[in-house]
Write a protein that binds this ligand. Structure first.
Ligand code: TXA
Ligand code: MG
Length: 351
């Protein structure tokens, strides 16, 4: 069946899916009963928002194309943008990929469970809607009890993008999901704040090549310490290898301007909110300023990034002015997200 017709079918099928009640009344706090219910929803073709250590995901049974189609519909995500399949156990790799080579084994051994996604040759069993018709599949083993429990309870790998409307800021709290997707998902499981706060690093292992498709929660330097030099070429340019790495993404509803240094930020503007890497030596407008990490710690800054953007977006401001962070370690992922958030802005509007 073609992807497009699947998608059409999914629209009509949503209301007929047994056990997958349309819409949720709020946020569920994890308990054994809630986790059983969540697993039941996944098994019967529904979609569940759940916490991971990076950001909240919106999951469906990876082997149920109709359920996966519901994810695309709920997010407003184009079908050419493939999903990551989440596993709880290495034995689940067997039905997903034919290409678990030594390099993949070493990376999985060192970083799983954790914020690393491996793009590997796809197994014939994986539905095309998951991989957008590519011959590769993205796989990750998340390091979060609730995510693992959900995968194990459902008895299937779970395909899940971040649980935000397409193009908007990723969710790092259950309330972010509720605000954006509350009436579009069958359940939201609350797991508190995501500890890492930026999405997984995506690496494609293609023959001899190792290419970073998206910087994320595992610093590239750490990956290189395990498998040697990797290509970073795909980071800036959008190539066919990263169909979903759209230049404009992670965007608040108001313009974002990225300043190379704090000296370029005009703090006198009364219509602006400010996103700063660390606490500056001078006074900044209280109530309109978010500081990612008082002492300039990149890990803390990553964990706070999306929450801070969500708060700024809800403030009564017209523009967000963001300070660049150093581009090493997790700073590479933070800058990638900030550049994409700022992408569509070319000229700063007058006050
Ligand atoms: O941390 C994360 O990775 C989170 C949590 C929920 O696990 N997930 C996440 O998913 O960020 P999403 O869909 O927002 O981003 C996944 C990215 C997309 O940009 C997509 O294009 C890329 O992964 N991707 C998926 N499969 C791919 C493939 N076979 N080849 C290249 N890129 C792929
Ligand atoms: Mg996303």
């Amino acid at each position: 069946m073609k992807i497009a017709s699947l998608y059409d079918l999914a629209r009509g099928a949503v209301s007929r899916l047994s056990g997958a009640a349309e819409g949720t009344m709020g946020i569920s706090h994890p308990s054994r009963r809630v986790m059983r219910k969540a697993a039941g929803i996944i098994k019967s073709g529904g979609i569940v928002a759940f916490p991971t250590e990076t950001v909240y995901g919106l999951g469906a049974d990876a082997f149920n194309p109709l359920a996966v189609a519901r994810i695309f519909e709920a997010k407003g995500r184009p079908l050419f943008d493939p999903l990551i399949v989440h596993i709880a156990d290495l034995s689940q790799m067997k039905r997903l990929t034919t290409g678990m080579d030594r390099r993949a084994g070493r990376l999985a051994g060192r970083f799983w469970p954790g914020p690393l996604t491996l793009v590997l040759p796809k197994h014939g069993l994986v539905p095309d809607i998951v991989t957008a018709g590519l011959d590769t599949v993205a796989i990750r083993m998340p390091d979060h009890l609730i995510a693992r429990d959900l995968i194990i309870g459902s008895g299937t790998p779970i395909a899940a993008p971040s649980a935000n409307r397409f193009g908007y800021i990723s969710p790092t709290k259950a309330s972010h999901v509720l605000d954006q997707m509350g009436d579009r998902v069958d359940m939201i499981i609350d797991g508190g704040d995501c500890a890492v706060g930026v999405e997984s690093t995506i690496i494609k292992l293609d023959g001899e090549r190792s290419v970073i498709l998206r910087p994320g929660g595992v610093p590239v330097e750490e990956i290189e310490s395990v498998i040697g030099p990797v290509e970073r070429g795909a980071l800036a340019a959008q190539g066919p290898e990263a169909p979903g790495q759209l230049p404009s993404h992670y965007s608040p509803s108001i313009p974002v301007y990225l300043a190379e240094s704090i000296r370029q930020i005009d703090f006198s503007r009364s219509d602006a909110g400010f996103l700063l890497f660390k606490k500056p030596a001078f006074e900044v407008p209280a109530g309109r300023t978010e500081i990612l990490s008082t002492d300039g710690d990149l890990k803390e800054a990553a964990a706070n990034l999306f929450s801070a953007l969500h708060r700024l977006d809800r403030m009564n401001v017209r523009v967000i002015m963001a300070e660049a962070v150093p581009e090493n370690g997790l700073g590479l992922a933070i800058m990638d997200r900030l550049r994409r958030a700022a992408w569509k802005e070319t000229a700063m509007p007058e006050e």
